[in-house]
Design a protein around this ligand. Structure first.
Ligand code: CA
Ligand code: CA
Length: 203
């Protein structure tokens, strides 16, 4: 009985320990922008005794350009492939560490969405590096998506993923997609896949 109690107590302490040392990251910004807009994305951490942060920043640079960034709450930051932030004081609870300013490029077209991700992230305390769960933030361009024949996955261009997508629809009797109906006969058949393959190979 006593042994069980000790095990339970250790388990409880372990949980408390893990909880106290967890670091959570959030990315916040507008849900939607207009063509050519510039917008801010805030990076906020919550945890205790945090002095620094490192994380890998990923975004589609054909659609977005990182134009500026600045540190907050006494954090000095540098942003390249990785975001590196450090501070000379410890931070607790929830605190913003950086704002990243992005500009939408011409290739970010009406109705499209794109994702900004930070992963491989760690919070730095005075004694350890704490793994931080990945976050993704989706930004949408206002307006209606322009329908392009052959653009099955609606990302604004014709690629291998469209062929694979159409093949899956054909093989699994999936839902009809008008942008995949290459011969406009109201159904998805092998002929549509062949035509899309041709279009992909010549484009
Ligand atoms: Ca596509
Ligand atoms: Ca068809």
């Amino acid at each position: 009985m006593k042994k069980v109690y000790i095990i339970l107590l250790s388990f409880f302490l372990f949980i408390t320990y893990v909880k106290a040392d967890s670091v959570v990251m959030t990315l916040n910004g507008p849900e939607q922008i207009d063509l050519g807009d510039t917008f801010d994305v805030d990076l906020t951490l919550s945890g205790s005794n945090i002095w620094g942060f490192i994380g890998k920043l990923t975004y589609d640079d054909s659609k977005l350009e990182l134009t500026e960034y600045s540190g907050y709450n006494n954090f000095d930051i540098t942003v390249g492939t990785r975001i590196v932030a450090d501070s000379d004081t410890a931070h607790n609870n929830s605190f913003k560490i950086a704002t990243l300013k992005f500009k939408a490029k011409d290739n970010f077209k009406s109705g499209q969405s794109t994702t900004i991700t930070i992963n491989e992230a760690k919070g730095v305390t005075d004694s350890e590096l704490i793994n931080v769960d990945q976050v993704s933030y989706i930004i949408k361009m206002s307006g209606e998506l322009e329908e392009i024949l052959g653009d099955v996955n609606h990302d604004g261009q014709i690629g291998l993923n469209d062929i694979i997508g159409l093949l899956k629809i054909y093989l699994n009797n999936g839902d009809y997609v008008s942008t995949g109906d290459m011969d406009s006969n109201g159904k998805i058949s092998l002929n549509d896949i062949i035509q899309l393959l041709r279009l992909y190979l010549i484009s």
